[in-house]
Design a protein. Structure first.
Lengths: 255, 295
């Protein structure tokens, strides 16, 4: 018995030795955005008892997958409230998985918003538009929180840029997020171009857009795509660029 | 007549105890059941959610690595919990300790047997997991090449590159090593608990509680170190949890690895050293308590 007491005492002493080491490692994990999930009562309420226990036992990623599959089934049944709830759980459990943030935003801003606009049970268009805008906002919220958790991944900036372009018609913000995506490692080759395209639609920023599009044009044949030529031609006309400075290509729209 | 001198520590004796323990454990049906269930789960992950290839690989990796983590932990607890009580029941412990075998050698040999078993199980599960990933990757590459016949070379390369990037990630290996280290830690801790436990069931139940508390230890530690408004009884309780229980969340790196996070070498090394340190301390404590055990 006395040996057991001594062993427990040694365990506490060992705990004191390892405490600063564990604490430093914990801080390093947080700096690297690992262990992004805090196990507290909020999470317990979100996941339910069984999900919480499973997540606690080191099955966090697998629990997130189960919820993701359930969300997919809910989407097939067009149960939008359930899709939202399940994606909140999924993204809470796996905040580092880009795929989950992207899917959540896509379901909200692209699928649920369209379903809300075509809702046959809601005769008032004003309310349908209101519901649609709420779903846009939910999609935006997913992407913004996803970016907060993964600031170094270009995919979510690209998705947010796309959302501003397609759903809000906000070209300035779309351009800003495409440009942010373009400077990150692993960015898709088209985002830099898209940032310039979106800027070309912004009133008062035509000169800046023209310079950026021209830079891309100068980069060679691979960048001289029909949309780029069209936007450059549009800006040349709008800015009154002298003929000798204009690009020699024919406007694809006038072919 | 020549008499050989008795040595306080003999690697040959240790190897004999280790191999015997391993042989004994591999004859257990529970080991095969656990392994078969793990392999079935890893194998069946290939049939789960086929929405897009990225989602499919993410789910495949999550389920497989989750299965590896839970089964190695279970195996570590179940296999170790029965070692000492079984030897006492079978009376083999008396035969061993009646010979000039120091008790610490017995404890270390027993644990080494379990660690070897865990290493073999982890290797088998990893091989199955890699085979499943490889087979699914090849199928998808083949399908994509067939679907993209006639597409520009650049687009085909992009599509194939995306599949390869989603399928295999070199960071999975440190993740598997950390799963193994967590199982080693649990085995050593189970051995420590079993040195003062009276029954096998008691050890398993205590270890299940430790397993859950260990996953919450970091939360308790943070609250203890940062929350000054709590009463002194709460703080004392949290301090005891933080000091006595291991932080098992530190070893759950695979969840983030599967999500695409890169684990820096420094963090991996520190985690590995911490795991080895935990295992050593718990083994020494087990040997210490076992020395005082009346047999």
């Amino acid at each position: 018995m006395s040996r057991l007491v001594l062993a427990l005492f040694a365990l506490v002493v060992f705990g004191m030795i390892r405490l600063p080491v564990e604490q430093r490692l914990f801080q390093q994990h947080q700096q690297e955005r690992l262990r992004g999930v805090e196990f507290n009562l909020d999470l317990r309420d979100q996941l339910g008892q069984l999900g919480f226990i499973a997540a606690l036992s080191g099955f966090r990623a697998a629990v997130a997958d189960v919820f993701f599959i359930q969300a997919h089934v809910a989407w097939e049944n067009t149960e939008w409230g359930r899709v939202l709830l399940l994606f909140r759980q999924v993204t809470t459990l796996q905040p580092r998985a880009i795929l989950f943030w992207d899917s959540a935003a896509w379901h909200m801003a692209w699928n649920a918003s369209v379903a809300a606009m075509r809702d046959p049970t809601q005769p008032r268009q004003a309310l349908r538009v209101k519901a649609q805008r709420e779903y846009f906002a939910l999609g935006k919220d997913f992407l913004e929180r996803g970016i907060k958790n993964n600031p170094d991944k270009p995919q979510l900036y690209e998705a947010l840029g796309r959302l501003y372009k397609d759903k809000y018609n906000d070209h300035a913000r779309a351009s800003k997020y495409y440009a942010k995506a373009a400077v990150l490692p692993g960015a898709m080759s088209y985002v830099k171009r898209f940032a310039a395209y979106e800027l070309s639609y912004c009133e008062g920023r035509e000169r800046e857009a023209y310079q950026r599009l021209h830079e891309l044009y100068e980069m060679g044949k691979n960048e001289r795509l029909p949309t780029l030529i069209t936007r450059l031609k549009f800006l040349e006309n709008k800015l009154g660029i002298p003929p000798e400075q204009r690009i020699p290509d024919e406007d694809p729209l006038k072919r | 007549m020549t008499s050989s001198r008795h040595r306080a520590f003999s690697p040959a004796r240790l190897v004999a105890i280790t191999t015997n323990t391993l042989t004994e454990l591999t004859r257990l049906k529970v080991f095969y059941f656990l392994l078969i269930f793990a392999l079935l789960l890893i194998g069946s992950s290939i049939f789960m959610a086929r929405v897009t290839f990225q989602q499919e690989f993410q789910i495949l990796k999550d389920v497989s690595l989750g299965a590896m983590s839970i089964f190695t932990s279970l195996l570590a607890i179940v296999a170790t919990a029965r070692l000492i009580p079984q030897d006492i029941d079978d009376r083999t412990i008396y035969t061993i300790l009646a010979k000039p075998v120091p008790r610490f050698e017995y404890v270390i040999g027993k644990l080494a047997g379990v660690l070897l078993l865990l290493a073999i199980s982890t290797l088998v599960m990893s091989a199955m997991f890699l085979a499943v990933i490889y087979s699914r990757e090849q199928t998808l590459l083949h399908d994509t090449m067939r679907q993209m016949t006639g597409a520009p070379r650049e687009q085909v390369d992009d599509a194939l590159g995306a599949i390869r990037a989603s399928a295999f990630n070199i960071d999975i290996f440190p993740g598997i090593v950390v799963i193994y280290l967590k199982a080693c830690l649990l085995a050593a801790l189970t051995l420590f608990v079993s040195t003062f436990a009276t029954t096998n069931i008691f050890t398993v139940v205590v270890m299940v509680f430790i397993y859950f508390i260990g996953h919450l230890q970091a939360t308790a530690r943070q609250y203890w170190l940062q929350e000054h408004a709590a009463t002194w009884t709460t703080r004392l309780f949290l301090a005891l949890i933080a000091l006595i229980f291991p932080d098992l969340q530190t070893f759950n790196l695979v969840d983030d690895i599967v999500a695409g996070a890169v684990i820096p070498l420094g963090i991996f090394t520190k985690t590995a050293v911490l795991g080895a340190f935990y295992t050593t301390i718990y083994t020494l404590l087990a040997a210490f308590v076992f020395y005082g055990k009346e047999l």
